[in-house]
Every structure is written in C-alpha cells, then in structure tokens.
Design a protein around this ligand. Sequence first.
Ligand SMILES: Cc1ncc(COP(=O)(O)O)c(C=O)c1O
Length: 457
Amino acid sequence: MAGNTFSLVPVDVPRVDTPFRKINTPLPVPASLPVLERIRKVECRSMQGQPPVIWHKAQGVQVEDRWGNMWLDFSSGVLVTNAGHGRTKMLEALRHAADKPLLHNYCFPTEERASLAEKIVELAPDSLNKVFLLTTGAETTECAFKLARTYGQTISSSKTAFVTFGNSFHGRTMGSQSIGGIPALKSWIPWRDPSIVVVPFPGDFRHPSESFDVFEKVLSDSGVSPSDVCGVISETYQGQGANLMPVDYAKRLRQWCTANQALLIWDEVQAGFGRTGTMWGFEHYENAVPDIMCLGKGVSGGMPLSAVVAREEIVDLYGPGEMTSTHTGNPVCCAVALASIEIILEENLVGRARTLGKILQAEARRIGDQFDEVGHVNGVGLVSALQLVEPGTTNPNHPLAHRVVELCYQRGLLMFAPVGVGGGALKINPPLCIHEDQLRDGLSVIEGAIKEAVAES
Ligand SMILES: Cc1ncc(COP(=O)(O)O)c(C=O)c1O
C-alpha cells in the first residue's frame, strides 16, 4: 500500500523532557535534512514513508538521534528487537565472533552455527527436529512453500494445491507474495498459480463470523479436492491487525491437515520468540503444532537471520547442496541471535510480554472505546493494533492513522507508519524488555495523539 510520506519541512514542536522521551529541536531536525535529502535522492521511494528520524544509537526501549532527541520505541524496528536495542550481551557476542576474525562462512560450519541450530531445535516442539538457517523472513516462507509442494509430490503427482489466508503477509519476493493474501501486492505478477487458494481469515473484524466450514466451502468452490492440498500456511496472528484465529478453528485446521496429509505451516516470523506472551504464537491454539514453522525478525534481535524449522523427513527431502543461500548461518549473526535468545530466556521476556500484555490489551481497548474513529482493537501479549476507521464504517482511515503516528513522533514516541488494510492500523509493539511505567507512558502519548488528530480532522 502506498501511504502518505512525512513532510521534510521542520515544524516547531513543544519541547518534551520526561525520563523516557526527549524532544529538543524542531522536527524533522533541520540539521538532519541534508542526510534525509541525500538518501531520498539515491534510494528507492519504497524506503520512504516512515517518520523522519536519523537513528544514531539505541538502547533498551529508546532510540536517539545525534541532536539530543530520544524516542520511546513502540516499533521494535519492525518487531525485531524483542530482547531490546543495544543489549550488552549481544554486542559482546558480536565482537567475540567478529574478533576471531570471521565474518562469513557460506555452508561451512562454525561453532556459532551449531549452537544456534541446536538452540532453535531445543525450543521448537519435539517433532520439529531440524532447522535450515536463512537470512530473511520471505526466504523462509518461500522455502516452506517449496518443501510442502515437494512433500506433496512424494504422495501424489496431483498433490500441488496450497492454501493461504486473506490479508496474510509472508514477504515480498515472488513466491512469498504468491502465497500471501493481499491482492494489491500481487498485481505485478502476470499469472496466478491456479492451485494457490486464498480462504478468508477467520479472526478479522471486518468479516467476524467465519467458521471452518467456510474453509472447506471455498476449497470446494475452487474445485480443489482436499486430498490434493499439499500445505496450508498462516501467520499465527495476522500482522495487519494483530488478530489470532479462533482456537477451535485452528484446532480443526490442524485436524484437517493431518486427515488430508497436508502440511500445516505457521509463519511465526512476527509472533515467534515471545511477542505474544508465549514462545510461539501457535501455543495460543492449544498447541496446534505445525509441520513447518518459519522464524525471522525476533530470532536474532536485529541481525539478518531467519530459520525454517521442520520435521526431518520434510526438510531433508533435499540432499546435500540442494538447498543453499549465500549468507546461511553467518557466524556473527548466529552469535548475536544466540545471545538474544539467551536474554529472552534468562530475563523471562516471554513471561513479561504475557504480564505487560494484559495491561497493553486493556489500555488499548480503553483508549479505543473513547473514539468513534477507532473501529476495532485487537492484540495479544505485547502486540496490539488499533484500526482507525471512518466513523460508523469499517473503512480504513489512513490519513488519520498517519497523523497519529506523526503526532506521536513529535512527542517522542516512535511507531512505524500505519499498516494493514488501507493503511488504517496503528501497531503497538515495543521491545519485550519494556517496563510498565514506560508502556503506560507511551500509551498516554497515543491517547493524546488520537484525541488531537480527531479534533483536527
Ligand atoms: C508474518 C511475516 N512473514 C514474513 C515476513 C517477511 O519477512 P522479511 O521482511 O524478513 O522478508 C514478514 C515481514 O514483515 C512478516 O511479518
């Protein structure tokens, strides 16, 4: 979705000086404009669209620029820094790995890679006993798709159909967009794979009452026999609205996949590593254990690393050298990822996400209830989405959502630009190491910003 861009004309904003947020300059900072202009000149437009801050350093839940401004970070980058920014343990691991010195390994093993692979397998459900390390989330979903199709071929040559959900997002490469559920993102692809079937996601406030029968009906209306389905992929919660599916639906989906020898793939790229108050998002589904799960973002807390975790007989369908990626298991990335996971475990950040998540969910709903412009609030653990709408409708209100993000930015609270259907959703997802007072402080900024944006509109 092409959204608004933030203006590069500096405006005087009230000074902010609280323990968590400091704004001392007009915004964007006049001295930052040459850098912003430089980058806008040489980088593609798609890299624009976020509040114009030049990140200089970041620690814990705070991000600073070079000009004395400090933002409380409710973005976690883009749900990446689960353990927090600039954590000493992660920096030490990075230095230690780099100081060997060693920056690259292709598929040659390193101790760092062995330790990370073991740790991921140890944390995964028992049946998922092998891992393939990659670099981006999109690579993992493409790989899961390929594995499902390959697996299907071992059962029957007609077992090629693949099911995904409306509004789902699995990345921006051709394969990952093909298995996504957002039609606008596929407009550049001249042909559609006829055996990819998109069924409505059952936990969407715009279509609230979808039962599992709808899943079966859409398949049958598409002329697809259940026995020809090789796999089903879903985010555990949909990134666009922070919405889970109903537990019963997920359970039936698991049963249906087992009955039809279709692989169930949970895309945990956003949800994994504690974001929802459980290590994995699928734990909310009474352990509807997947056959494959896709990990990214929070797996490494900032280094480019992702992982496919699967049952051995699935991921080992390809032999030595048949699935590779140049940066697989980069030793520095592996060392940092391991340190990030250790922090998550040692500091029980999963439990913290669960506890503070109750406050976030209650407060987000309380804020939403005050405004006709907030059509729906959803979330779990330390992720929440406020859907801004045109009052009385479910139509997304992108300009209003964009203005709220801008006002937050001006008050020292960093959120990324609104996402989701029509760009109407404000996503709240701070690092999991956040404290209650910081969480409440940021939420009060959001409340004030919505009030002001609504009054202006
Ligand atoms: C659920 C989900 N899957 C896959 C991806 C793609 O990850 P990446 O941007 O690392 O390719 C994302 C990214 O936002 C995501 O949220």
